[in-house]
Design a protein around this ligand. Sequence first.
Ligand SMILES: Cc1cc2nc3c(=O)[nH]c(=O)nc-3n(C[C@H](O)[C@H](O)[C@H](O)COP(=O)(O)O)c2cc1C
Length: 207
Amino acid sequence: MREQYRSAGLAEEELAAGPMEQFDRWFRDAVRSGVYEPNAMVVSTADADGRPSSRTVLLKEYGPRGFVFYTNYRSRKGRELAANPRLSLLFPWHPIARQVIVSGTAQRVARAETAAYFRERPRGSQLGAWASEQSSKIASRAELERLYADVELRHPPGEEIPAPPEWGGFLVVPQSAEFWQGRENRLHDRLRYEAQDGGWRVDRLCP
Ligand SMILES: Cc1cc2nc3c(=O)[nH]c(=O)nc-3n(C[C@H](O)[C@H](O)[C@H](O)COP(=O)(O)O)c2cc1C
C-alpha cells in the first residue's frame, strides 16, 4: 500500500476543490489500508505566552464545517484554547507514507451536540469523564479510583448520565491544510490549501 501511494504521488489536477473533501478521500484511503486508529491526531495548542503543547486526541467527526474532537474544557488544551483559539492538527499516517497538517481555530460545539455525543458513549467513559479533572494533579491512583467509585454510586445502572458541564466538543475550522505524500529520493509531494477570499488557494511546497 505504502509503495502504491508513493509511486502514485499527489498531483494538483487530482486535488479536491477544498481541504475537507480532500481529507475525506485520504481518510477513506487510510481506513481502507488498515492504518491503526486513523482518527488519532496530534493536537497542538499554545498558551498566552506562545509556549506550545501537543497531545493525541481522537477525531470524532469531520465534514464541510471542519473537524470535531471531545475533551475537558478545563484541561491544559481547553484552557489554552480559551486564551488562544489557534491550533494545529496532525494526522500521522505512516504506513501509507502520508501526513495531513491542519492549521485553524477552535470553537466549542453547541451544548446539544455535546449532549447527543455523550449519550452514545459507554457508561464507563461517561463515569470517567465525571471522575477525572483532566490535567489537574492528583495524589495517587487510589484517589482517582475512589473518585470513580463515588461517581458510580451516585449514578445507579440504567440511569442516564448527563455530560459534565466542563466536558465537550471543539470544532476546528481550517485556515490551511497540507497534504503530504512521501515519494522516492525525498522528493515528496506537499500541496497546501489556504483560505483566500472565501475560497481556497493551493500551493506546492518544497519537500
Ligand atoms: C490514542 C489516544 C487517544 C486519545 N483521545 C483523547 C480524546 O479524544 N480526548 C481527550 O481529551 N484526550 C484524549 N487522549 C489523551 C490526551 O492525549 C491527553 O493526555 C489529555 O487530553 C490531556 O491533555 P492536556 O493535559 O494536554 O490537555 C488520547 C490519548 C491517546 C494516546
